[in-house]
Structures are given as C-alpha cells and as structure tokens.
Design a protein around this ligand. Sequence first.
Ligand SMILES: [Zn+2]
Length: 299
Amino acid sequence: MERETLLTLLLVLFGGLALQPLAALRSWPTRENVARTRESRAWLRLWLPVIPTLVIAAWLCGWALRAPDPVRLPLGRTVIVMACAPFALVALRALLRAIGVLLRGPTDLPVCTVGLLRPRIIFSPFLARNLETRLLRAAWEHELAHARHHDPLRIWLAQIATDLQWPWPSAAKRFAVWLETLEWARDDEARSRGVAGTDLASAVVMVARYGASTTMRNGAARWEASPDAALTGAGAQSLEARISRLLLPLANEAGIPSAWYGGIAAATILVGIALAACALGVVDGSAILSPFFAWTWAV
Ligand SMILES: [Zn+2]
C-alpha cells in the first residue's frame, strides 16, 4: 500500500481510537469565580480529549518519514479500511459542517461579531438608531471584546473539535459550557473598560427582544451551526443566568495573568510534545507498528 494512503488510514484509525473513549468522559464542574479563568479552563477541557489524537498524529508522521514506500501490507488493507470507516464518517461529518459554515449566507443576528480571520462587528441599523447611547456603548464594548479575542475563529475551531467527538453528549455539553463562559468573560472585559453591568444587561435584553424571531426561538440550534459571536449569547436559559450575573459586582481580577500568556504557554507545550512524538516516531515507529501490520496480515 502507498505510504501516504496508509498514513491517512492510520491517522483516522488510531486518532479515532484515542479520541472516542476520551470524548465520552464527563468534565468535572468548575467553581472558579473569575470569568476569564473560567473561560480558559472550559476551553482547555473542550480540547483535552483531542490532544492525544494530535500527539498520535505527530508520532505517525514521524514514522512515515522513515517508512518504505510502498509499505508491504498485502492482506491487511481491507481490515484497516473497515476499521477506519466509523471514525472516517465522524471526521467527514465534521469537515462538511465546518465547510458548510464557511459557505453559508450573511448572519441574521442583530448584534454580533463575524469573520474568522478579520473579525468585524455587525450592528442592526434599527438598534443603532433606537438604543440609548450608554446601552449602545455597552453592546459595542462586548462585541469589541469578541473581536479582540478572534472569537468567531475560536467558535469555529471549537465546533470542529466538538464534531470530532460526535456523538457523545458530554462533548456537546463541554461546548455549551464554554460558549456560556465565553459570554461571561466578554461581559466582564466590557465592564472592566467602564461599562456598567446594568447597561450591558439592558442592552442584552433589548437586543434579545428585537431578535426574538431568530436568536431566542432558534438560539441553541443557531449557535451550533454558526461561528458568529452574538451579544445575546447561547440561548434563553443561559441568558437568564447571565443577566443575574451582570447585576452583581464585578469579580476582582487583580493578579490574574492575561489569557494570552496561558494560551501561548499551552501552545508552546503542545508543539514541544508534538515534536517529541514526531522524533519518537522517526526512531521507533516501524518497530512498534510492525506487530500491528503482522496482526492485520494474519487477520
Ligand atoms: Zn457575546
């Protein structure tokens, strides 16, 4: 079998075998009060089940660098293809949904941030004319926080990670929890820039009322299929908790490092682990995979 074809099949097979059991695990609840930290932890939990798959992929790429081409696997092809099929279908579903989001038409949310690479804020002209200035500013600061953190891109990536963990409800739950904490974190960022919690709460309620025919009625489903970062967030239930939270004093964030530092540190560690896995794949990939190939040949 051609080396690249076998590499693709092994990526799907071993990646799926590593991902699916971890996706089924339920996350422990967090009691963190600071929304920024809470959002970072929810983001990490969303990605944790995917990390072993990325490490295995790096290891397999290392193996492929030294593997002969073609790889001698005369009778194992059918077995490997059939074993890959369920995981390949999950990956294909995730890919099609991700592409579908990119191809869909303009958003119908009244206030949101759109654009994966160059986020921009969309504001309904009606609301821009009719909202009081302080409510307008509150909504604007919330969306600016979304744009600052490239949240449409992060929502799109998070949706892909969740789709790769399909069909486990725990994965969908992690995504929903992260979306909720994301809104809390952006609310707090807007408030830390001088916006009153009551103003932001009023703006959210007014925009939710205005967009009731789309955002509220189809809230959860709309979010699941869209990377747009809306002012009104992820649906009526989380909106209620969010409004209550906005009426409380802002949590003290003094001494808590920026989320950017945590993100850079996590990415650096992950790249380091992936490089180490790739190097290990180069060194001992063939020796470890040989028994597997012998087994599939025997089957
Ligand atoms: Zn928002």
